[in-house]
Design a protein around this ligand. Structure first.
Ligand code: FES
Ligand code: FES
Length: 171
C-alpha cells in the first residue's frame, strides 16, 4: 500500500491509501468517481484515458492513465474532463466541439479535449505562424484514436478556436 496526495482540477485531494499497483485510471474512476476519464485499449495506444498534467514551470502535457500507476502522480497537479467547464459554462473548446458535432459516441472526447486544451495553452505561450497551423494541430492530436472516425471535426473545432483569436495563438 502507498499514500497518494495530488491536486485534481485545482483541488487538493488526499491523502488516499492505495494499492501500489492501482492504475491512475482506476483511481480516478473507482475512488473518485471521475468517470469522464475513459478506459479504451488499456495499452497506451488510443489516449481516450489521457489527462492533463500541469508542470511546475507552467507548461502542461497529457498523460495516459490506463497503464500508469496512480502512485506515480504523487504531488502532481492534473486536470480531467470534469475540470474544463466553469460555473456551468462549457469552455471555448468544449463549445467548439459541440458546434462542430465533433463527437459521435463521445468515448474519445475527453482525451481529444485535454489534448486540444494543452495545445491552446502552448500556442498562447508560444504562437506559431499561420502556415504551420495545420501541421501543428495534426501533430498535437496525433495518437488519439477515434473509433467513430471524427478526426476532421475535431481538427476543425480546434482550428476554429485558434483562428477566432489570432493575436493570441498565431504570430
Ligand atoms: S485506454 Fe489508455 S491509451 Fe487507450
Ligand atoms: S466519437 Fe466515438 S470513438 Fe470518437
Amino acid at each position: 500500500m502507498t499514500r497518494l496526495s495530488l491536486t485534481i482540477n485545482g483541488k487538493a485531494s488526499g491523502p488516499f491509501e492505495i494499492r501500489d499497483t492501482l492504475s491512475m485510471n482506476d483511481f480516478l474512476r473507482e475512488y473518485l468517481e471521475l468517470t469522464g476519464t475513459k478506459f479504451g485499449c488499456g495499452m497506451a495506444q488510443c489516449l481516450s484515458c489521457a489527462v492533463i498534467v500541469d508542470n511546475p514551470d507552467g507548461t502542461s502535457m497529457t498523460s495516459p492513465t490506463c497503464v500508469v500507476p496512480a502512485a506515480s502522480f504523487e504531488g502532481k497537479s492534473i486536470r480531467t474532463v470534469e475540470g474544463h467547464a466553469r460555473n456551468g459554462q462549457l469552455s471555448t473548446l468544449q463549445k467548439a466541439f459541440v458546434e462542430h458535432f465533433a463527437f459521435q459516441c463521445g468515448y474519445c472526447t475527453p482525451g481529444f479535449l485535454n489534448e486540444g486544451q494543452v495545445l491552446l495553452e502552448r500556442l498562447a505561450r508560444t504562437p506559431v505562424a499561420r502556415a504551420e497551423l495545420e501541421k501543428t494541430i495534426l501533430d498535437a492530436l496525433d495518437g488519439h484514436i477515434c473509433r467513430c472516425t471524427g478526426y476532421v471535426k475535431y481538427h476543425e473545432a480546434v482550428r476554429d478556436v485558434i483562428l477566432a483569436d489570432p493575436n493570441r495563438y498565431l504570430r
